[in-house]
Design a protein around this ligand. Structure first.
Ligand code: HEC
Length: 152
């Protein structure tokens, strides 16, 4: 019994020390409406529901974004996600970057986005086949396919 207590205490100390390890800032930069992406309502609804937590400045931070080790994953996802694509500052991207990002969005909804660890905790964020199609149509300007998909 004594060794069990010691074991639990050691775990508690490790957990406590983990909380001291610094991580990314948990912040939502201010949103300026004229910089936000403009898309039809039915596309915006999908982005807001399934993508905005990592790809906008309007992240809905869950409670575990304050608890190590989960917070390391959540905060990293948001920082890296915003770096790759931020719908809140879409209008600041030049035409070339918008075009490239639309290709990547077109491709990402096939399987990669939203990421599996997020879907596991947010099953509502999963896109139906119809919703994927809606996003693809928007991303390809209504064509449903994209030429020269060789984005890297
Ligand atoms: C849990 C956070 C999270 C959610 C939710 C999420 N993403 Fe991402 N996304 C990331 C991260 C992190 C990256 C950058 C690293 C990478 O490429 O894996 C990324 C990268 C991307 C990229 C650029 C990478 C590429 O070349 O394809 C696109 C496009 C993208 N996401 C689209 C979306 C779309 C569309 C949604 C909603 C349907 C979405 N993401 C939802 C975390 C997320």
């Amino acid at each position: 019994m004594a060794s069990f207590v010691r074991y639990v205490l050691i775990l508690a100390v490790i957990f406590g020390l983990m909380q001291l390890i610094p991580s990314y800032e948990k912040e939502n930069p201010p949103v300026e409406p004229d910089k936000e992406i403009q898309a039809p309502k039915e596309v915006m609804e999908i982005f807001r529901r399934s993508c905005y937590d990592c790809h906008s400045n309007e992240t809905r931070w869950p409670w575990y974004a304050d608890v190590a080790p989960m917070k390391w994953v959540v905060r990293r996802d948001v920082i890296e996600g915003r770096k790759a694509l931020n719908f809140s500052i879409w209008q600041e991207y030049d035409e070339q970057r918008k075009k490239e990002l639309k290709k990547r969005i077109f491709r990402s909804v096939f399987m990669a986005m939203p990421p599996p660890q997020y879907l596991w905790l947010h099953p509502d964020a999963k896109l139906s086949e119809e919703e994927k199609e809606r996003v693809r149509l928007w991303a390809s300007d209504g064509k449903g396919y994209i030429e020269d998909m060789d984005v890297r």
